[in-house]
Design a binder for this molecule. Structure first.
Ligand code: CP
Length: 315
């Protein structure tokens, strides 16, 4: 594995999960493997979990970490070629990526979707540019279209709570006042392809995810029907994909409630966090013993540690 951009880059998904589970039991089993090496972590968007869990994962492997927040610390970067740089963008990614790659051995990047230009978002211009102009492995800490660290942590969390029967896993759209990207829903859906599960996605009309990603899922507009007998319910908001980046509704009809959870098979509740209480989900669902959200966040460390170890193994 040269880069970790998506789940497809993993040499073996099951081995990655197994290794992550082992790191959860013994985080320091490879505490010297990263010694003398540095990971640069570049944030073009805010983060709590990704920043701290990836840093902790790196430290557990003996790596040094350097963190830069491009929203308020670094020069604003230009990504287009051949432009006369008269605007607010002071540095081209060509130089920035080449310079950063001299300071570290791997480069982890968070760069969300703009949600204004689908083609540009899907081209993953930030990750691709850093990959093109640096000579170091690139690691996705949530890009425009995917959040593979989150998906690995979610897979661990499901495995830790797996049912004796083939599980029914439901991804339900939930309301949110802001337009949010599709990355978590995309990666969760791609990850479920590795499970033997009955996978159902439910969302209002107009909020269908990219059909190339959801082709193996059952997709329904009937949230209550989708929730029936579910073993895992993953709530997540995303903006419209077809009317790219638009918010089509914010009413509470799709909020996940205790009454809706009563339709399930005593389902575990999942969300990647951060979550808006009583908008996405009611307090009583989030605070219920069936909520796995804190463990999902815990598993982020070991998901990242497993990926970083694999990259280090590859030199
Ligand atoms: N789930 C997740 O990626 O959290 P942060 O945005 O806080 O990193």
């Amino acid at each position: 594995m040269k880069n970790f951009i998506s789940l497809k880059d993993l040499p073996n998904f099951d081995e990655c999960i197994k290794q992550a589970m082992e790191f959860k039991k013994n985080p320091f089993s490879y505490k010297h493997i990263g010694e003398g090496k540095t990971i640069g972590m570049l944030f073009f968007n805010p983060s709590l979990r990704t920043r701290l869990s990836t840093q902790l994962a790196a430290q557990n492997l003996g790596l040094k970490t350097m963190i830069m927040n491009f929203t308020n610390e670094a020069w604003a970067l230009e990504f287009d070629d051949g432009v006369e740089m008269r605007g607010i963008r002071s540095e081209h990614v060509k130089e920035a990526a080449a310079v950063v790659s001299q300071y570290c051995d791997m480069i982890a990047i968070r760069a969300f979707a703009s949600l204004t230009n689908k083609d540009q978002d899907e081209s993953e211009i930030v990750l691709k540019s850093f990959s093109k102009y640096s000579n170091k492995p690139i690691i996705n800490m949530e890009s425009a279209t995917s959040h593979p660290f989150q998906a690995i942590a979610d897979a661990m969390t499901i495995k830790e709570n797996i049912t004796p029967h083939k599980p029914k896993i439901v991804l339900t759209w939930a309301p949110h006042p802001k337009a949010l990207p599709h990355a978590v829903g995309n990666s969760f859906t791609r990850m479920i392809d590795y499970f033997d599960a009955n996978y159902v996605i439910t969302q209002p009309k107009g909020y269908e995810l990219d059909k190339r990603i959801t082709k193996n899922a059952t997709v329904t507009y009937d949230q209550e029907k989708a929730l029936e007998d579910a073993d895992f319910v993953y709530a997540k908001n995303w903006a419209s994909y077809s009317q790219y980046g638009k918010i089509l509704r914010t009413d509470k009809k799709w909020m996940l409630t205790k009454d809706k959870m009563s339709l399930t098979n005593n389902a575990k509740f999942m969300h990647c966090l951060p979550i808006r209480r009583n908008i996405v989900v009611t307090d009583d669902v989030l605070d219920n013993e069936n909520s796995l959200v804190i463990e999902q966040a815990n598993n982020r460390t070991f998901a990242a540690q497993s990926v970083l170890k694999t990259l280090l193994d590859n030199g």
